[in-house]
Design a protein around this ligand. Structure first.
Ligand code: BG6
Length: 482
């Protein structure tokens, strides 16, 4: 049966993490502070706060996170037990360059990742490394105002040079910036752009938002990404270097052509602007029009166009959690807590955090991306943030998570049938970790439970959830037994 298409035999099944949400050890081994280290805890309704320095008596959930820094052997062993083929992780930039602008890298930080990669290798788990995942060294934010300043390009490229050379024989897959398109949205100003707020310190503070600044910072990241791609290929021609987009799937709320057009415009601006630059090597026409209409002037240097052309990525990766509706009618009520999520879709259910669950949207998205670029694709984040209950017998019956993932995997299979070149799937937060958006622990994504609460209490012990055994079986059967 021709339609009995399966996942490719070397499909990269696995899970994903980010250093600042996972490692802890925030001031150990010579690590400097990153922007994530000055974020307080928040919730679905209360935004996290950015404090310019670490305040006494304030709880910062990313400082210890879930302590992968000391437990990486135990953790990787558990991932291997599930049969992981790939593990997406980030390198904490401030572990390698504590201040970002230091002349020399920190050997102890490099040594830590030598050990992590060696451990992964032991189990034949392929690392997929995000170079910058919402964790720019804090000094670069304070001293230079983050990515608004072009000097960050050089600091980033120097950092890439060090890690590319050090790990050139052990890491093949690299992602230059996590969710680079976050800078097209106000909440990305600090986390993605490392741009200091001058308002009340709330992460989603729109009052001080300034598109001119955000798009200039984004341009610098495009240049940094392109330079990194070029450099990486010079260091090892077999490197596969990808972009990473937070794909926001937008549906028109109605068939009113105004809604349909708006959905397309949002798709272009928030999803495709970045990947057009990173995959095709130039700004698309709609971006130029948008900049013109909004009076945004990107300061470009003479050879920037050339740099972008020479630094096209090898593959496309994205995070996918939900879909949202958009309407040209300003009176439609918006949903969402700490980030604005568009308009409610009456056909979908949402998570406890208001994220609308839409497996078919993943198939739609995969097709939408593939027919634009025709390069290999990986889904590098997907999953359900939910509250888990540990039963008195120690079991954790997270059937809701299994349902969520099963339905999304089914749709990935459909997309493969549609012709999409999908090469990997790493679910978000395969071991419970700190939420980026809210700083909570109780918004859990993992197959492995971590005993830690929102106030930082708990043993940090790891426990296997029901989904652990389920995902193990999924990997074992290459996605056949769901
Ligand atoms: C993505 C980020 O936006 O979504 C992750 O790359 C983040 O860092 C994930 O953790 C889930 O979001 P949250 O807010 O539930 O942690």
């Amino acid at each position: 049966n021709k339609l009995d298409k399966k996942f490719p035999k070397d499909f990269l099944w696995g899970g994903a993490t980010a250093a600042n949400q996972f490692e802890g050890g925030y001031n150990e081994g010579g690590k400097g502070l990153s922007i994530a280290d000055v974020l307080t805890a928040g919730s679905h309704t209360v935004p996290r706060r950015i404090t310019p320095t670490i305040e006494d008596g304030m709880y910062y959930p990313n400082h210890e996170a879930v302590d992968f820094y000391h437990r990486y052997k135990e953790d990787i062993k558990l991932l291997a037990e599930m049969g992981f083929k790939a593990f997406r992780m980030s390198i904490a930039w401030s572990r390698i360059f504590p201040n970002g602008d230091d002349p020399e890298p920190n050997e102890e930080g490099l040594k830590f990742y030598d050990n992590v990669f060696a451990e992964l290798k032991k189990y034949n788990i392929e690392p997929i490394v995000t170079i910058s995942h919402y964790e720019t060294p804090l000094n670069l934010a304070i001293k230079y105002n983050g990515w608004v300043n072009r000097n960050l390009v050089d600091f980033y490229v120097r950092y890439c040079d060090v890690i590319f050379r050090r790990y050139k024989d052990i890491v093949k897959y690299w992602l230059t910036f996590n969710e680079i398109n976050a800078l097209t949205m106000p909440w990305g100003t600090f986390m993605a752009g490392a741009i200091m707020p001058n308002g009340n310190g709330e992460i989603s503070n729109n009052e001080t938002d300034n598109e001119q600044i955000r798009y200039q910072a984004l341009h610098h990241q495009f240049i940094a990404s392109a330079k990194a791609v070029k450099l990486g290929h010079e260091i090892n021609k077999d490197f596969k270097i990808g972009c990473m987009i937070a794909y926001m799937c937008f549906y028109p709320l109605t068939c009113n052509p105004d809604d349909v057009l708006l959905a397309q415009q949002k798709d272009n601006l928030h999803n495709f602007l970045c990947s057009d630059v990173q995959v095709r090597g130039e700004y698309p026409g709609f971006a130029k029009r948008y900049f013109e209409e909004k009076n945004i002037n990107i300061n470009m240097q003479e050879n920037d166009e050339q740099i972008l052309k020479e630094g096209k990525v090898d593959f496309y990766t994205f995070s996918y959690y939900m879909s949202n509706c958009v309407s040209a009618d300003q009176n439609e009520e918006k949903i969402g807590g700490n980030i604005s999520l568009g308009i409610k879709n009456p056909y979908l259910k949402a998570s406890d955090w208001g994220w609308q669950i839409d497996p078919k949207g993943l198939r739609w998205t995969l097709n939408n991306i593939y027919y634009r670029y025709q390069i290999p694709i990986m889904v590098v984040e997907n999953g359900l943030g939910a509250i888990d209950k540990v039963e008195t017998d120690g079991t954790i019956n997270d059937d809701y998570r299994i349902d969520y993932l099963r339905e999304h995997i089914k749709q990935m299979k459909e997309a493969i049938l549609d012709g999409v070149d999908l090469i990997g799937y790493t679910t978000w937060g395969c071991i419970d970790l700190v939420s980026a958006g809210t700083g909570e622990m109780k918004k859990r994504y993992g197959f492995i439970y971590v005993d830690r609460d929102d106030e930082g209490r708990g043993t940090l012990n790891r426990m296997k959830k029901k989904s652990f055994y389920w995902y193990k079986k999924v990997i074992e059967t290459n996605g056949e037994d769901l």
